[in-house]
Structures are given as C-alpha cells and as structure tokens.
Design a protein around this ligand. Sequence first.
Ligand SMILES: *Cc1c(COP(=O)(O)O)cnc(C)c1O
Length: 341
Amino acid sequence: MKINLISDTVTQPSAGMLDAMMNAKVGDDVFKNDPSVNAFEEEVARYFGMEAALFFPSGTMTNQTAIKLHTQPGEQLICDKYAHIYNYEGGGVSFNSGVSCKLVDGNRGMMTAEQVVEAINPPDFYHSPLTSLVCIENTTNKGGGACWDFNELKEIKKVCDENGLKYHLDGARLWNALVAKNENPKDYGNLFDSISVCFSKGLGCPVGSVLIGNEKLISDALRVRKMLGGGMRQSGFLAAAGSYALKNNIGRLSEDHKKAQEIGSVLGKLEFIKKVEFIETNIIIFELDESQMFSAVFLSKLEENDISIIGMGQGKLRIVTHLDYTAQMHKHFLKILQKIG
Ligand SMILES: *Cc1c(COP(=O)(O)O)cnc(C)c1O
C-alpha cells in the first residue's frame, strides 16, 4: 500500500468527479462560450456573495493577477514572511507587477492589525515605496494550516480602509478554514477586494483556481489572464470537476482534519520527536530531536514502508492529509509510526 502525504495536491479525480467531467457541455472559453465554465464561475461568485469570478489554471496565476490589478510598478505590498506569494511564486510579484514585499514577522503566517499599521510606509515620504496592498493567506501553508481569527481580519480591513489599501486573500485552502471554524464564506466575500481559491488542493480536482471580486476587477482580470497566457479553450471539463467538488468535497474536509489530529497525537508521544506544531486543519509540521534520529533516517524508514512525507527545510517535516488518504491507510500509517518509535 503506497501512502503519499507530501501534499493535498496528489489526489486523483474520483469516479464521481470523472463522470461529471466526461458529461460536461463545453465550448471555447476564450470566447466566453463554455457553458460549464460560465456556470461554475457564477456558482463560485455566489458561494462567496461576490459579483463575479474567473477560472484560472493555477492559484499562482490568480494571486499574480490580483496583485497586478491592485498595484502599480514601484509600489509595495504587505504580507507575512511565510506568504506563498513571497516564497513560492517564483518571484512573480516583482516580475509581473514590479512591486516589492514588506514582510511582517507574524505568528504561523498570521500578522496582527497593529503589525500591518507599522508596515505601512508614510504616503508623503517619497523616498520609500508607496504601500498599496495587504495580502492575507488562510489557511497558512508554511504556517502549518493555521486559521485566522476572523476578528483580526476585520481589524486589518479597517486599517486598509483608513489607509486606502486594497485587501487580497490567498485562500488556496480557505475551504479548510471555513470547515474548521464553521465560518460563512459570504463574510469573506464581504471583507476582501479579491479572493483566490484553489480547487486542486483539498477539494481533489486535477486543475484549477478561481479569482473572485467585483464586476470591474474580474473584467480587468480577463485581460491580465490573457497576458499571462492563462486563457483555456474547452476548459469546461475542468470546471465541471470544480462544480462537483463544490457540491461534494467541502464538508468531508473535517475527516482530513480529524486524521491530522490523530497523526499529531501519535507523533507527540514518540521519543525522537522534539515538537509538533499546533494542528488546526490538514497540515502537520513537526521537528525531530536530531540527537535521537536524523530527519533523513526517519524519512528513509518511512520510504521503506512506501510512505512519503516531505521536508520543509530548517529541520521541519510536513505531513498533509487529503481525500485519497483512506481510513485503511491511516490505520496502517499510525501503526508504522509507532513501530519506528
Ligand atoms: C498551492 C498554493 C497556491 C497556488 O498554487 P498553484 O500550485 O499555483 O495552484 C497559492 N497559495 C497557497 C497558500 C498555496 O498553498
């Protein structure tokens, strides 16, 4: 039995999803003539109570498009030091938009409204870049799937309004936060100028992310998507997978969260584990006590048992639970972990 826990992106489309994809009515979406894409975009916009949405091939492209639309070259955005847009988008922020990032030293990828205020450059001080955008990530990836306190997000929104800043949410795993904290997606739609969500992570789709905002933003996003080379033709096959996931795969995320908790509590009892970070959703980040076992040894012991997890650098290891990680695999994995200990 092969168990792959390196990411929640490793899932294969389920039989039900494939069926929905194969039965999709499609057209040429570059001409906005694909009925499945049009319906899907409307569904996602409605889900967040926002005006409009646009389907993209990746979450990197939705984030990059939002940043392009909210900034001018030379300006600066504010984000946490762990942010995906800063660490894992190939430097696209500077390449595509010509903006710099002011990094905030937050907690597990989350900053406070006070820290945001401190990170804003005074607009009349022309020596420093003009601050124009605040980017949030929920759940945080490098922060171990942490969920924001919604009240803090509201406080940051106030700071944005008072300082004329735009407010973007990288919600690649927002679904996990909505389920873990029992939140209403429309509250997020109310708060942010733009939201990016991924369907290719916890929701189990093969491809696809959606950018959501008001009519004006999304109509401008169409041209930026074109510039980035992201226009797709009969993409209704992919949108149908997204529609399927929206109906069928959100509620079940709580199962992934429960399994993550159980893995965390087994890890916590092992001698050679130094620290397991607080687990809120489907991501487990932990460190070994290298005087007892090297990470490389631990990883190879797992590999011998056909189990893959991933290193994050700085001695941290990561496990991500997902749709294709079954109850049977879970039982087996916990047994192997205890055996290694
Ligand atoms: C995965 C991810 C993205 C987008 O990744 P793609 O692979 O380009 O779809 C963006 N933000 C976060 C936090 C992510 O985890």
